[in-house]
Structures are given as structure tokens and as C-alpha cells.
Design a protein around this ligand. Structure first.
Ligand code: ATP
Length: 247
């Protein structure tokens, strides 16, 4: 398999009215990587995700998705269409609709799908729905109202909804917050499964979860990369201990 760079951020700065949330931040994510981002509150993790998804524009610096997509010049919609999908911390599933309907509502909005809401699904959409259900282990709950799912299942449904867009790069913001240990373990398995066909960036505070899924970890603090490497190596880094773990 050929490895290229999926995401290339170089010397990105973000200023909010004089407050610098990201400072000369460089981050390179390879195709097929599962990168974990950790760091104290206010480190800039959300701002980084916002830059990648176009919600926040870098004040300066370079941000590329693959070789050709200059994220600093694209709208949030264009970035999503180019293949970056983001799951926010709080699930935003449509509670009154079934699991199946939620997946259908998340499908790319072409004429076929709109028509299919009232008629027969295209073979591709159907296959996509089945793949999402299998990946998120929600197959047996397909007709259940989303509002009645457990917290963990809602999070997985939202990941399933993301998958309907067939994203290349998936950003997960604190995917196991509020989950039971069992749900956390299933989410770890889901992430490792997703990694087979996607590039992933996971922001999390739960170290045992990170330990379960991570290869390379990036530690942010005060808007800068403090350390990068295996979880064991960053945990042993004196800067990381002082500015994050030792707090
Ligand atoms: N729109 C904004 N205007 C001004 N300051 C902001 C804005 N958004 C974020 N900040 C500041 O930028 C810094 C980085 O915030 P950010 O939310 O990216 O951190 P974080 O690492 O995601 O924190 P947490 O773990 O608490 O979610 C914080 O000091 C925050 O107060």
C-alpha cells in the first residue's frame, strides 16, 4: 500500500481578537493513520479541528487535505464534500426518527436519495446503509427510534451517519465521553475497524482508551505541539508531565 500525506498543516496560526489559540502549529497525518490528539483544556484541540473542517480560518500558515485541497480556501461544505467528516462530542442524531431514517437523512443529497425517502432505495444507498449498520453494530436496532438508544449507541449512530458520506478522513471529538467501560471498549474496536478504510484523528482525554487504539499521539498545549510519538514516549516526556499529565 502506498502511503501519502492525508493532512498537511504547516505553521498554522489562529488569532481570536489578539488571543493566539494556535501558534506555528505543524501536523502531518499519513494516509491510513489513526492519530490521537491529547492536551489540557484550552490547548487548542477544538480550534485545530475547526481549522481542518473550515469552521475557523487560519490567520496564517498552510493547511492541505491530500495534495490538492487547500483547506484555507474552501468552505465547510466543500471540505465535507472533499471527504472530511467530523463527529462532534455531543450526538446530534434526529431523536424522533429511527436509526434507519437517520442514516438515510445523512446520505449524500442527490436526487436519487431524496426520491428514495419516499420510494425504493438505490442499490448503492442500501449497501451503504447496511455497511454503516454493521460497522456500528446497530443492525438489530435499525427500526428503533434514535431517541430511545443508549448514549453509546447514539454516538455510534452518529458515526454511522458520518460513514454515509464516505469520508476519507474522520475526525472524532471525545468519542467516549460519558460512555460506560463496555461502550468504551466497543468504541475502541470500532475505531480500529474504521482505520482499515479511513484516516482518523481522535481527540480524547481518556488515556486507557488512547492506549487501546493509538499508534502515534500528538500532545497540544497552549496552541502548540508539545510532543509527538507513542503514548508511552509522550507520557515519559518531562514537558508533557509538567504541562498536562502532572496537573
Ligand atoms: N471564538 C473564540 N474567541 C476567542 N477565544 C477563543 C475562541 N475559541 C477558542 N478560544 C480560546 O482558544 C483557546 C483554545 O480553545 P480550544 O477550545 O481550541 O481548546 P481545547 O483544547 O479544545 O479545550 P477543551 O479540551 O476544553 O475542549 C482557549 O483559550 C479558548 O478560550
Amino acid at each position: 500500500m502506498r502511503h501519502g500525506v492525508a493532512l498537511y498543516l504547516e505553521k498554522v496560526n489562529v488569532d481570536f481578537d489578539g488571543f493566539r489559540a494556535l501558534t506555528d502549529l505543524s501536523l502531518y497525518i499519513d494516509e491510513g493513520e489513526l492519530r490521537c490528539i491529547i492536551g489540557p483544556n484550552g490547548a487548542g484541540k477544538t480550534t485545530l479541528m475547526d481549522v481542518i473542517t473550515g469552521k475557523t480560518r487560519p490567520t496564517s500558515g498552510t493547511a492541505f487535505f491530500g495534495q490538492h485541497h487547500d483547506l484555507s480556501k474552501m468552505s465547510t461544505e466543500e471540505i465535507a464534500e472533499a471527504g472530511i467528516g467530523r463527529k462532534f462530542q455531543k450526538p446530534t442524531v434526529f431523536e424522533a426518527f429511527s436509526v434507519l431514517e437517520n442514516l438515510l437523512l445523512a446520505a449524500p443529497k442527490d436526487k436519487t436519495v431524496r426520491k428514495s425517502l419516499f420510494g425504493k432505495l438505490s442499490g448503492e444507498t442500501q449497501a451503504n446503509i447496511e455497511a454503516s449498520l454493521e460497522m456500528t453494530r446497530l443492525g438489530e436496532f435499525r427500526n428503533k427510534q434514535a431517541g430511545l438508544l443508549s448514549h453509546g449507541q447514539k454516538q455510534w449512530l452518529e458515526i454511522g451517519m458520518l460513514l454515509m458520506q464516505k469520508p476519507h478522513l474522520i475526525l472524532l471529538d471525545e468519542p467516549v465521553a460519558g460512555m460506560t467501560d463496555y461502550e468504551t471498549e466497543l468504541t475502541a474496536e470500532l475505531c480500529l475497524e474504521l482505520k482499515k478504510n479511513h484516516t482518523l484523528i481522535v481527540v480524547e482525554h481518556d488515556m486507557s482508551f488512547i492506549d487501546r487504539i493509538s499508534e502515534k499521539v500528538t500532545v497540544l498545549a497552549a496552541g502548540q505541539v508539545l510532543a509527538e510519538g507513542t503514548l508511552a514516549s509522550v507520557q515519559a516526556n518531562s514537558d508533557v508531565i509538567e504541562k498536562y499529565l502532572g496537573r
